[in-house]
Structures are given as C-alpha cells and as structure tokens.
Design a protein around this ligand. Structure first.
Ligand code: CA
Length: 456
C-alpha cells in the first residue's frame, strides 16, 4: 500500500539519517519554523458524491467551477486522489479515525463509528485547535436526520446524521437543540453562513481553528436553486466517452448535479473571500475534497460503490499561500486514509501510532519524499456476496469479488483512460491479474481483512 510505515522507515535508515527525508520530519520543520500561535487554521470542505472529473480545471467541458479553479491556481490539485471505500459511511469512518474499515468494522452505510476510536478532531483539539463541524455526519447509525450522539471530539457543532433535504434542512446545535434552516434558504448557503460566523467569532483568538464543512451535495436529489439550474441545459451536455446511453431523465439529473456543484463552488468562493476580509488568507490551509464520486451512466452505472474512476476518484485541492507552492498539479497517488496523518503533518500535530495512512504533507508542500505505491479499495463486509476488494496503482485498476473469489475488473488506465476494455480473465493478461491479486491479498492480510480465501 505504501513504501514503508514510519516505524519501518526509521528502523531501516536509523532515526538521525532517516529524518532528513521522512515526510513527518518535514512536518516538524514546518512546525519549528512557526510558533504555536502561528499554526495554520484549517478549513476543510467535504462534498458528497463529487467526482474528480467534474471540475472545470480537471477538463470537464460542462461544469463551471471558477472558485475551485482559482483555489487550484493558488495551490495544488491532486490528479490521482482516491476514496479507499467509495461509499458515505465507510469513507467518513476513515477520514475521522484514520483507520481502514477492516479495523473499525464500519464496512457499510449507517454503522456507528466505535466511540472509542481516536479521531482527527481529538488529535487537533489536544494540540490546541478550536474545532468545529457543520453539516452531514453519517457515522452515528441510521438515525435520520438524527442528532449525533458521538461527535468524536468536534466542539462547535451544527450537524445532523444523514439525509439530503436541501430545501427544508434541519440540524442540531451544540446542546442538541434542533434548528430548521430558514424557509426558502438552500441548505449549503445556510451552512456557509454558519461557517462564516464560526470564522469571524474566532478571528481574534490566539488559538488556531479547524473547521470541517460537510456539504450534502452534489448528491441526489439533483436539484439546486433556479439560478443554478438555468446554467445547464440537459440536452446539450457533453457526455463522457464511456457513457453509451443516457435517458432524458438521467441527462436532467446530470444537469442538476452540475447545478448543485456550482452552488457549492459559489459558497467556497464566499468562504475564501471571507478569509481574505478577515486577513486570514496567509494563515489558513483550505482543503476541498469529496467522499466518493458518481457514475452518471459511465459504464452503464449510476451513483457509487463501484471500482471505476468516476466512483473512486475524488477532487483534492489545497491552498496555503507561502507554504503550498502555487499552481501545481500533483500526480502522486493519494488516498482517504492519508488525510488524517497528512493534515497532522501540515499543522505540526502529533500523528497517533494506530493510524493506517501516511503523512504525505511533502506532496502538498512540493517537496521530495516517499510516494504511495497503490491504493487499497474495499466495498462491503466479508459476508456480502457483492463485496469487492481491489487496488488502484498509478497505472492499473483491479477489483475482485471477495466472497465469490471471482474477478471483477482489470484496466490498463494508461492505454485505456476511459476504461472501455475490461481485461479481467483475458488469458493474455493472466500474469498481470495474478500480480495485482497478490498485491490485493497482501494488503488485506496487512490490515486484518478476513476476505482472504485460500485459492485452489
Ligand atoms: Ca456519500
């Protein structure tokens, strides 16, 4: 999965020599260069179901995302950022706990993240950060919209467990008070207002803050206010080359998806402008990403939980003037599991020992260091017939139905970027398939996933 764990690396090189190149060491240099009071604030914007391809700056011919494009121009955009488990609750469990679903048992949607997991807001809180969470949570079981019982260290709270009710939103404030989004106000607009207030109220503090804003879109129902819907004509949308058929209703859904995304882009622009007004641009790390993508009829499929690029690839854009070099595209592999340790690395926060991912802060800072060899992919619990496991390397995608011990997909993404030819079980590619299967099994064993039947 990765070239070496931190401990293995230190052991192999000797701490004194190793620290020069190890990304954690770069994190400490960053920390040493700034006093405690000058650690960056973190504004982490999480979208739901926003595929990596759906950005103007990533080449989508339809979508308008001027503010995210500008953020990418001011910072870095990762071109190969993947969701280890392209589904809501499993992704969020990894984002919060920094551990794979095989370790936490959060294989599926609507499972409670074990309250005793040490989570990212706890690490940042212990390091002196003021933490806040706004929006959809989806780690507190099935309650809908649901007051969240276990907030995993987030102090300021304006969230709810799950659901997508953008025009009649409700959420729960600090003391569990239920609040309705004002009538006629689109939920993301209101959530952005709350985020702006959070930032204003803390702008005079010495302590840095970490705000996570988890928008519900661009997830179905694909509907946004009229001014955004009017920006996209379903009939003239250019479809991806791997979409062979799309019904009229599905074209309308795609137009609504874009409309919703452009509203979120507008709100990201409001946040960035507010940071500037408050004089916080230079001392705030802004990150934009998503939990998973949306197929929109690529490969004939809809939604997520699939191994194809439209489902697993997510945006990852980050800006921090003076620290993250401007206008860079980073093609190294990066994954959900790395977010926790990497944010710690960027902010000089100690990385707990039990985390599965790597601190790749050097990739954000434009510095040399280790790269990830492959991304572990997983959907479903071991007893599920449709559960699959796999890997995304920088060139190939491989997935395998675990319980059935049956191949699913194999693509050479270099020769076939739209994944139009599935090489699974083709005799000419048997050796490659075996190699990727062995890699998948090695990853499963390393993290204690029981989906490892002995092959005959
Ligand atoms: Ca989701």
């Amino acid at each position: 999965m990765k070239q070496a764990t931190r401990r293995q690396f230190l052991k192999a090189t000797g701490a004194a020599a190793g620290l020069v190149m190890w990304p954690g060491a770069l994190g400490r240099e960053v920390e040493a260069a700034r006093s405690d009071s000058s650690r960056p604030n973190v504004l982490f914007v999480l979208a739901d179901q926003w595929r990596a391809q759906a950005l103007h700056c990533a080449g989508d011919p339809n979508i308008k995302t001027p503010h995210i494009d500008e953020l990418a121009r001011r910072g870095v955009r990762f071109t190969h950022c993947y969701s280890n488990s392209p589904l809501c609750t499993p992704f969020r469990s990894m984002l919060m706990s920094g551990r794979y679903t095989a370790r936490t048992g959060v294989w599926k949607n609507n499972i409670l993240l074990p309250p005793d997991e040490l989570c990212i807001a706890e690490s940042f809180g212990q390091a002196g950060y003021r933490t806040g969470y706004i929006g959809k949570w989806h780690l507190d079981g099935a309650a809908k919209p649901g007051s969240v019982r276990h907030r995993q260290g987030w102090r300021y709270w304006a969230g709810f467990n799950r659901g997508h009710n953008y025009f009649e939103g409700v959420y729960f404030r600090d003391a569990d008070t239920k609040v309705e989004v004002p009538e006629g106000v689109f939920e993301p607009d209101h959530q952005t207002d709350l985020a702006i207030n959070f930032i204003t109220e803390r702008s005079g503090d010495d302590a840095p803050w970490f705000l996570m804003l988890a928008f519900g879109g661009p997830h179905q129902p694909y509907k946004a206010p009229d001014q955004y819907m009017e920006m996209y004509n379903p009939d003239t949308l250019k479809l991806r080359p791997n979409v062979s058929k799309m019904k009229k209703s599905e074209r309308k859904a795609l137009a609504g998806y874009y409309a919703h995304a452009t509203n979120l882009d507008h709100n990201i622009g409001r946040l960035v402008a507010h940071l500037k007004e408050q004089g916080l641009t230079e001392e705030t790390l802004v990150v934009f990403t998503a939990d998973h993508g949306d197929m929109h009829r690529s490969q004939g499929e809809r939604f997520k939980s699939k191994p194809w690029e439209e489902s697993i690839a997510v945006p990852m854009v980050a800006a921090w003037p003076g620290m993250i070099p401007r206008g860079r595209e980073e093609d190294a592999l990066f994954a959900s599991i790395d977010i926790y340790p990497t944010l710690c690395g960027l902010c000089g926060v100690e990385i707990p020992e039990d985390k599965d991912g790597c601190d790749f802060s050097h990739l954000f800072l434009g510095k040399a260091g280790p790269r990830r060899d492959d991304v572990h992919l997983t959907i479903g619990s071991p007893e599920m017939d449709e559960a699959w496991r796999g890997v995304r390397t920088d060139r190939y995608t491989y997935a395998w139905y675990a319980k059935r011990d049956q191949g699913y997909v194999l693509y050479d993404n270099k020769k076939d970027p739209y994944q139009k030819k599935n090489l699974n079980d083709e005799p000419a590619h048997r050796k490659l398939q075996e190699k990727l299967h062995t890699l998948t099994m090695r990853n499963l064993k390393a993290i204690g996933d029981p989906s490892t039947p002995d092959r005959k």
